[in-house]
Design a protein. Structure first.
Ligand SMILES: Cc1cc2nc3c(=O)[nH]c(=O)nc-3n(C[C@H](O)[C@H](O)[C@H](O)COP(=O)(O)OP(=O)(O)OC[C@H]3O[C@@H](n4cnc5c(N)ncnc54)[C@H](O)[C@@H]3O)c2cc1C
Length: 463
């Protein structure tokens, strides 16, 4: 006989497990079905293990700079296997934590592959056979996987996707990274810091193309200073694979050149996991591999919701979790608030870090705003200089008419931790007046957030 629940969540990534826990907290009987690993891509193959790798690279980079701080670290090296083992260990610690949290909240976890044969019904193929479940509400949180372009498909030997790059079979000497979004640039930063001669190819006219144009330019300057080669408006047309090298045909400005590498990382985006679930039969609308939803994550099929990466951009863990919480509260009859796309921060943990929220200056102008723009450089901040991190900038964009904070854009040390200040400001619909009134502790990098706002109104003190 089918087991009945109030809510069945398919997928235990940051979207699914958070939705399951929140629904259980609200008194609902919840099942969470997962085919591979609790924690999803984020904890196993995404956010967390990449940050563990990048931390090793950051420590290594600081050791290289020891002299700048009056220290000597003459004999130091890295052991890639140990760096990777640490990253895998961090991922494992966190995924077992998710198992513990689900258990604590009395969520029934079923390990297996789910399909939805009819509205309100879920079939799960497990190691032992199959299980039938029913529920009035189903939350689809099946996530996404790496996009593969024809001819550039990863093979795990010389051409890698993010999973291969997280458990690399060798240390690249000459690395090509295809794509300069967050994933591509983070891997480029990691391997470049550890000594790989790194080239990044970006089809758009600048690296990190979703960021504010000035931030891209500053980030590029720093990447190049660290020895990376950046090719913009360039396309990798094909890869010729040999036993120990790959020859890439790269087209720029109408010319094609052939360059040799020993390793290639393909980071050309992701596609939603929408297949083999029975969605077409249910009449769920799919647009370019993503489930189409309204602002409450409703699919149009009664009782079926889609959250996180499977429901489209931005492909970020915190967006998935926020949607998970919102849908659980909606199902439980609470006053749920749809997520505001312009309040979702984006962070890239390369060196230097990049973080942003809201509209870029160009997008704000495109949207018809007359803007006031503030900028403050790291070189004007005491803490940045004390840290030995004088490169970077904080830029703020305001509606000139109302003072509404439209966007904030940062490049430099620790900005992924700073951006949250502006996110809170945006959520509270703050204007320049409240931000100027706020007291920022000294000496901190956060003072630059204040100064950037002041600068938009001609009042910056330290620059
Ligand atoms: C290298 C890399 C680095 C990243 N870094 C960051 C970062 O720093 N910050 C950030 O915010 N985001 C980052 N991301 C993106 C982040 O990982 C995703 O946005 C996030 O994992 C999406 O969560 P989700 O719950 O929607 O899906 P996922 O995490 O993909 O989880 C979906 C789960 O569903 C399961 N599943 C799929 N189909 C079925 C089925 N039929 N039955 C049962 N289970 C199923 C899958 O096994 C998976 O565990 C990164 C991604 C990558 C690849």
């Amino acid at each position: 006989m089918a087991q009945n629940f109030d809510v069945i969540v398919i997928g235990a990534g940051p979207g699914g497990y958070v939705a399951a826990i929140r629904a259980a907290q609200l008194g609902l009987k919840v099942a969470c079905v997962e085919r591979e690993h609790l924690g999803g891509i984020c904890l196993n193959w995404g956010c967390i293990p990449t940050k563990a790798l990048l931390r090793s690279a950051e420590v290594y980079h600081l050791m290289e700079r020891a002299k700048d701080f009056g220290l000597s670290a003459e004999k130091f090296d890295y052991d890639l296997d140990k760096v990777v083992a640490r990253s895998r260990g961090v991922a494992k610690q966190l995924t077992s934590g998710v198992g513990h949290l689900l258990k604590k909240n009395k969520v029934t976890v079923i390990m297996g592959t789910a399909t939805i044969p009819a509205p309100g019904k879920v079939s799960v193929k497990t190691e032992k056979g199959s299980e039938e479940l029913t529920a009035k509400n189903i939350i689809l949180a099946t996530g996404a996987r790496a996009r593969e372009l024809p001819g550039l498909e990863p093979d795990g030997k010389r051409v890698w996707n993010y999973k291969h790059a997280l458990k690399p079979p060798h240390m690249p000497k000459k690395l090509l990274v295809i794509g300069s979004g967050a994933i591509g640039i983070e891997f480029a930063s990691f391997f470049n810091t550890l000594g790989a001669e790194t080239t990044v190819v970006e089809v758009m006219d600048r690296v990190l193309p979703v960021e504010d144009a000035e931030i891209s330019v500053l980030a590029k300057k720093q990447f190049e200073k660290q020895g990376m080669k950046i090719m913009e408006k360039a396309t990798v047309k094909s890869l010729e694979r040999g036993a120990d090298k790959v020859t890439a045909s790269i087209e720029t400005g109408g010319k094609t050149e052939k360059l040799e590498f020993d390793t290639v990382i393909s980071a050309v985006g992701i596609v939603g996991n929408v297949e083999d679930l029975g969605l077409e039969k249910l009449g769920v609308k799919i647009d370019r591999t993503h489930v189409v939803t309204d602002e409450y994550c409703r699919t149009g099929v009664d009782g079926l919701y889609a959250i996180g990466d499977v429901a489209g951009a931005p492909w970020l863990a915190h967006k998935a979790s926020h949607e998970g919480t919102m849908v659980a509260e909606l199902i439980a009859g609470q006053n749920a608030h749809p997520i505001k796309p312009n309040s979702i921060p984006g962070c890239t943990y390369c060196n230097p870090q990049v973080a942003s929220v809201g509209l870029t200056e160009a997008k704000a102008k495109e949207a018809g705003y007359k803007v006031k723009v503030g900028k403050f450089p790291f070189i004007g901040n005491g803490k940045a200089i004390a840290l030995g991190e004088p490169e970077g900038m904080i830029k703020t964009v305001f509606d000139a008419k109302t003072g509404e904070l439209l966007g904030a854009h940062m490049v430099g040390a620790e900005v992924t931790e700073l951006i949250q200040g502006y996110v809170v400001g945006k959520t509270l619909e703050t204007t320049e007046a409240e931000l100027m009134e706020s007291v920022f502790p000294h000496p901190t990098l956060s003072e630059m957030m204040h100064e950037s706002v002041l600068s938009a109104y001609g009042r910056a003190i330290h620059f």
